[in-house]
Design a protein around this ligand. Structure first.
Ligand code: ADP
Ligand code: MG
Length: 716
């Protein structure tokens, strides 16, 4: 059977339903997926050790002739033992396999074999224990060295998943690569590939799976890293071009209005807020849609900045929308934004999956969701705040000019356009977009994943904020910490306890199966911690739990109760709602702190320290190394989330930095993000190409690959 990349795995004769299921857990459904399932690391068995030099305890590769081989049974332990003697020019060694009687059907006397395994010691002397074996020649028939898969070479080790051994994957991938016979179409234009000294695709695929040397394995990885970053750049830059070609309602800056708004605030804007607000207003003045990311730590005051933009859109006669990730947050923003706009007679609507509300000045009424939708369509609502319910098909605006999204990084042109389909006679217009996030994003990532966005940064906290006191707590000091927490709760405060995910060993990051396993591990950790805290440590307090496997309504309810102070301690997974403002919660306890990325820890800590009481963050560690300590100490000394993010990216690599792969970006590209040079090179090349040929008409191959890649990372 002649394979091609889109052949389903299910069509392979040796991959039965069981294996298909296991492969699917890794996200592997086609030959393409399999061929691009790269090893996690390699083991070097390319040196063949003379048998006379075999030493107990050492793993190595041996080559020799089978002098004898036979099965026997041990009656005591009911086991089959296969024993062989193998010799080379320097000596002979015993080889033992347990419970694999079929080996005698495969390996015969006089066969020349390559064996990889551990040398063990027994009373009778050393022996090779259950080695991997491959025949070099059998009854005069010799095999080529290129055919060796597991021995006498640098051997790939794949990310493990239950029931899929590296050995099995190696055999499968080798046979597929042989079948494909270098027929995989090249994805990088020849000229670019040559200029950048990148291996050709087919060569790189071979070398990444079955490298002839570590240098070549490295060269292969380099090629794939480059390719992925290059494609990401092509994607984001073409998105940017697309947006630049669109038109938007220009919203003139009304300085008087701005002054009025700022004058009514109960506080002074920070310089950073002023600067960000100005950049945003300047963008919105243009007839081209703004595409801007507003980054600022939790509590830095992004909402006020967005509110000024809402106000100026609305007062120019347009509608605006505010899209937020959860129901609780939607309500919170509805309350806060309408407070800020109290004096401006703005009609503000709330639309969630559960309810609709409307507020003008201080008047608030509940109305049906349908009414909200109707009023939005008729242009009666100035600002609509809501959850995803807001981008349902039925919601249409009459003259939407500006959309802000909170903690929701991507909102593609098509999505934006759809909201405007109702825009009276102006359906072609795209709203200005402001995307807000508290995730500090390092520069390389900002250029890549967010390369289509302009960025404003609020790098300054409002005056008078008390610094959160952060402490690293060793296992010995746990009791004391619990006492302290009890004391604070008695004083009326509340606490968060975050539980870590438990990392499975030896698995690839972010594959589908691991993600779901991780989810469960996290839930388990939360449940256990909840039991411990509620039953043993704080039986007298109200403890509740929150995790991703709960129904959305349950989660909402718990969050609501917590924000109303009905719960003292909330034990939750790391996925707990972002952006929630609970000023009375002043204690953040992070279990297994060493397992989180610094940026993540930083964000957790940001959930406290928002009210007038002194706040505390306790980093509880279960294993404590010098590296852990220095990482965690960076958190204590650090003032600025952005510096911290860059630092962490360097120390641990991006996978760890983000904790989870929220961007759907391929692993390899992620691991290259700290390479500014590579990123800039790829970006410049992508720019050059797109400037001359924005639709890639002269690069049909590239366009095709890009379409596939877009699907893979689903940027929109
Ligand atoms: P975030 O950036 O996390 O979204 P918010 O916009 O929710 O932050 O602001 C957090 C709190 O700080 C709010 O209660 C807000 O009213 C307040 N705030 C915003 N800007 C300032 C400021 N310049 N001075 C004092 N308090 C401010
Ligand atoms: Mg916020």
């Amino acid at each position: 059977m002649r394979l091609n990349l889109s052949t389903p795995i299910a069509d392979l004769p040796r991959v039965g339903p069981q294996y298909q299921k296991r492969l699917k857990r890794l996200g592997i459904k086609t030959i393409r997926d399999l061929v691009f399932h790269f090893p996690r690391r390699y083991e070097d068995f390319s040196d063949i050790i003379p048998i006379s030099q075999a030493e107990a305890g050492r793993i190595g590769c041996f080559l020799g002739k089978i002098l004898e081989i036979k099965n026997s049974r041990t009656w005591k332990r009911k086991m089959t033992i296969t024993q062989a003697v193998v010799s080379d020019r320097t000596g002979a060694i015993r080889v033992v396999w347990f419970n694999q009687p079929y080996i005698t059907n495969v390996l015969k006397e006089k066969d020349i074999v390559c064996l990889v395994g551990k040398v063990a010691r027994a009373k009778e002397g050393i022996y090779l224990s259950s080695p991997a074996y491959e025949k070099i020649s059998s009854r005069g028939r010799a095999f080529s060295k290129r055919d060796l898969i597991h021995t006498a070479r640098i051997v790939p080790v794949y990310p493990e998943t239950e029931g899929l051994s590296s050995r099995w994957l190696r055999m499968l991938i080798m046979s597929i690569l042989k079948n494909l016979k270098d027929r995989i179409p090249e994805s990088i234009p020849e000229k670019i590939r040559k200029e950048n000294k990148l291996l050709p695709l087919n060569e790189a695929i071979w070398q990444v799976h079955f490298p002839d040397s570590f240098e070549l394995a490295e060269k292969a990885k380099e090629r794939f890293s480059f390719e992925e970053i290059f494609f990401i750049e092509l994607l984001v830059l073409s998105e940017r071009l697309k947006i630049n070609r669109q038109r938007a309602f220009p919203i003139p800056i009304d300085l008087k209005l701005c002054r009025q708004f700022v004058g009514k605030l109960p506080f002074q804007l920070t310089d950073a807020q002023k600067k960000a607000a100005w950049q945003i207003l300047k963008d919105m003045e243009k007839p081209r849609p703004m595409n801007r990311l507003l980054e600022g730590d939790v509590g830095s005051g992004k909402t006020v900045v967005a509110t000024l933009a809402f106000l100026s859109a609305v007062k120019t006669g347009f509608q605006a929308a505010f899209l937020v990730p959860t129901e609780v947050l939607a309500k919170q923003h509805f309350a806060n934004v309408s407070d800020l706009l109290d004096d401006f007679k703005v009609k503000i609507g709330l639309l969630t999956g559960k309810e609709g509300r409307i507020k003008i000045g201080k008047e608030e009424v509940k109305i049906s969701q349908k009414k909200i939708v109707d009023k939005t369509k008729e242009g009666e609502i100035d600002l609509l705040i809501g959850t995803h319910a807001l981008i349902q098909d039925r919601v249409r605006f009459r003259r939407l000019a500006f959309v802000a999204v909170d903690e929701q990084h991507r909102f593609g042109v098509e999505q934006r356009a759809r909201l405007c389909e109702g825009n009276a006679g102006q359906a072609k217009l795209i709203p200005h977009l402001l995307s807000m996030t508290a995730t500090p994003i390092p520069r390389t990532l900002a250029l890549t994943v967010y390369g289509d966005l302009d960025i404003s940064i609020i790098d300054q906290m409002p005056k008078g904020r008390k610094k959160v006191i952060t402490k690293i707590v060793s296992p010995k000091e746990r009791g004391k910490t619990y006492d302290f927490i009890r004391k604070k709760i008695r004083e009326g405060r509340q606490a968060f306890v975050i539980c870590p995910r438990i990392e499975p060993v030896e698995s690839s990051q972010g594959n589908a199966s691991e993600k779901s396993n991780q989810g469960w591990a996290e839930v388990k950790a939360v449940k256990e911690e909840y039991k411990k805290l509620s039953k043993e440590i704080f039986p007298d307090l109200k403890v509740a739990q929150l995790h991703g496997r709960m129904k959305p309504e349950e989660k909402e309810k718990i969050m609501e109760q917590f924000s109303q102070g009905k719960i003292d301690i909330l034990v939750s997974t790391s996925v707990v709602e972002v952006g929630i403002d609970i000023p009375n919660a002043t204690i953040m306890v992070i279990e297994g702190a060493e397992r989180f990325g610094l940026a993540q820890l930083y964000q957790f800590r940001g959930r406290v320290g928002r009210g007038r009481h002194q706040s505390y963050c306790f980093l509880l560690t279960s294993s404590y190394s010098r590296k852990t300590a220095s990482r965690l100490r960076a958190l204590i000394s650090c003032e600025n989330g952005f510096e911290l993010a860059e630092e962490d990216l360097k120390i641990r690599g991006p996978g760890d930095f983000f904790g989870t792969r929220q961007w759907g970006v391929p692993d390899l590209a992620m691991s290259s993000f700290s390479d500014m040079f590579l990123v800039e090179k790829a970006r410049n090349l992508a720019k050059e190409i797109l400037e001359k040929d924005p639709k890639l008409k002269t690069y049909p191959g590239l366009a095709q690959h890009l379409a596939l890649f877009r699907e893979k990372v689903h940027m929109e």
